[in-house]
Each structure stands twice: as C-alpha cells, then as structure tokens.
Design a protein around this ligand. Structure first.
Ligand code: ZN
Length: 307
C-alpha cells in the first residue's frame, strides 16, 4: 500500500506569515498525483474505512489544509474543484467568532508593532502583576529550536510567547493588546482578513469537502493542561456541529509528540487524529498503527512527479 498525506497552510503567490504553497505548485502536485494513479480521499474517509475494517485503495492520498485560513477558500478551494478532488480543512473555530488564535494574533502583533517595542514597552505592562513577569528576564531565553532566518529579537519574542503556559491567559492578554495598542475592533478586523467565515466554510462542506477540527484557539498541546485540552477538543466539535458540520477528524496543533492521556482524549472525541511528522522523512511503512497519531508530510517536501 502506498499512502501519502500532505498538509498545507497558506496558499498564495506572495509572502505569507507561515508555511506557504504557491497556487500553481498545488495544481502541479495534484496533477502529478493523479498521473501517478493515486486515489484522493478525505482524512475522514481514511479513518472511517479503517474503523469499519474496509479496504483502502492501494495507492491513496489525502490533502489537508490547516488553520481555516482565508486563502484556502479563495485560492485552494477553486483549484480543488477544477481538479475534481476532495480535501480536508482542519479549522480553528474561534475564528468564526471573529477572534484570533493567539499564535497568529501574536504574529500579527509582531508585524504591526515590532518585536522590540512589544518586548521593551508593551509586554512589561501586560505582564505586570502576573506570574509571567520573569519571562522578560533575558537569562530565560532558550536559544534552541529557533527557526532559520529569523532575526534574534524575533526568536526571543516567540520563545517568550510560546512559554506562557496558560492558553486562557494568552487569549485574555491578546484581547488587551489588540484593544490597547491597535484599537478596539482591530482583532475582529484581522480575524476577517486572515480566516474564512462560517458561510465560506459551509459552502465548502456543501460541495463535498471535509471540514474537521483543529481546536478552538490553537494551543500548544504539549504544554497545555489536560482539562484545557479536553475543552479545546470538545468545544471545537460542538462549534462545528452548530454550523451543521459533523467533524470526525482532528489535527494536532504544532505537530509533535503528545502525552498518552492527551491522545486518549483525542481518541474519545474524534475517529482519526492527524499529526505532522516531527522529522521530514518518508512516510512510515504502517501509517495507521495508531489512529490518534496519523502522520502527514509538509507539502514542501513533496516534489511533483515523485512518490
Ligand atoms: Zn495549525
């Protein structure tokens, strides 16, 4: 059996604040996969067939798009329709209430206010009176795991942000920073600019695309408390249900390895949970050994005509 699962984020020609695939590249990849005889399934179909002990096609592929980004509706969706292939969209549900998930909200704050101003002027005020004030101590900066090509001040600020342990604290402080420094209504405006709307989501669901869960606020699930994880997983499912969407698939945020208890929560809430390989090697021989941890590849490592 040849199984290939490709994951995407932004789909645009211009530079994006996260991983990006040009629309022409997406089209080429789909054509190459079709030419190679791959059958296109949604993530939900794969997990559903495995659960029902039904056979999967010998050669099959899933395309999945994370975060519910607007590009995916305006640019990827028409390409998928033209090519006649289904895909899975793992969405962050707070965006439908026009709130930003902290990870993307913070990227926007850095872009709008500058990393240095955030660190020197804004965060000391935001952290004042909280247990997180010591995060501003330069001695605490971890220099490992930084991304290539990022300026040092960017690494520092992202490290600091990722080490605020409580997701609810991040959500609360993000509100405060958007209102206080970018003006009231700014968060809503950016949420509309970056994420697709509930109507757009429903249009995709109506045309046969799978809509699935990627939590409510995109927490870092390796450091988040188990109660908070349980809430994030079940609430996002409920929010989609209110839009008449039955989500059976889930994508782990940030990829990586998770505690057995977190995997159990995912297994109790969704039929299949999809990850990104932490190292970009080829797919393992048995990708379905654990339905709470089905590996995907970043599309960047997939070359048209190969695989
Ligand atoms: Zn994500």
């Amino acid at each position: 059996m040849q199984a290939l699962h490709l994951g995407y984020h932004y789909i645009r020609d211009s530079a994006a604040p996260g991983p990006n695939c040009a629309p022409s590249r997406l089209r080429k990849q789909i054509e190459a996969l079709k030419g190679d005889g791959y059958q296109f399934l949604t993530c939900g179909e794969v997990a559903g067939r495995l659960d029902a002990k039904e056979p999967l096609p010998d050669k099959h592929v899933t395309l999945s798009f994370d975060d519910g980004l607007r590009d995916q509706f305006t640019t990827a969706f028409p390409i998928l329709q033209e090519c006649g292939v289904p895909a899975t969209f793992f969405v962050i549900t707070c965006a439908f209430e026009r709130k930003l998930p902290p990870v993307i909200g913070f990227q926007i704050l850095i872009a709008e206010l500058g990393a240095e101003r955030l660190e020197r002027e804004i965060l000391p005020k935001v952290f004042a009176g909280t247990p997180y004030l010591d995060l501003l101590d330069p001695k605490r900066y971890d220099t490992s795991g930084r991304k290539m090509g990022e300026a040092p001040e960017m690494r520092r600020i992202k490290w600091m942000f990722n080490h605020w342990p409580s997701q609810s604290f991040k959500v609360e402080k993000l509100d405060e920073m958007f209102d206080g420094w970018l003006g009231s209504g700014s968060q809503e405006r950016f949420a509309c600019e970056y994420f697709m709307s509930a109507d757009q989501l429903q249009a995709m669901a109506d045309s046969g695309m799978e809509i699935a869960s990627h939590t409510v606020t995109h927490p870092a699930l390796d450091v988040t408390g188990l109660d908070e994880i349980e809430q994030e997983l079940s609430r996002s499912r409920r929010m989609l249900y209110q839009l008449d969407i039955r989500a059976s698939s889930f994508a782990w945020t940030f990829g990586g390895k998770f505690r057995p208890r977190a995997r159990m929560i995912a297994g109790n809430t969704y039929m299949g949970s999809w990850n990104f390989l932490s190292e970009l090697k080829t797919m393992p021989e048995h990708p379905y050994a654990d339905l709470t941890d089905i590996p995907r590849l970043h599309e960047q490592v997939f070359l048209p005509g190969v695989g």
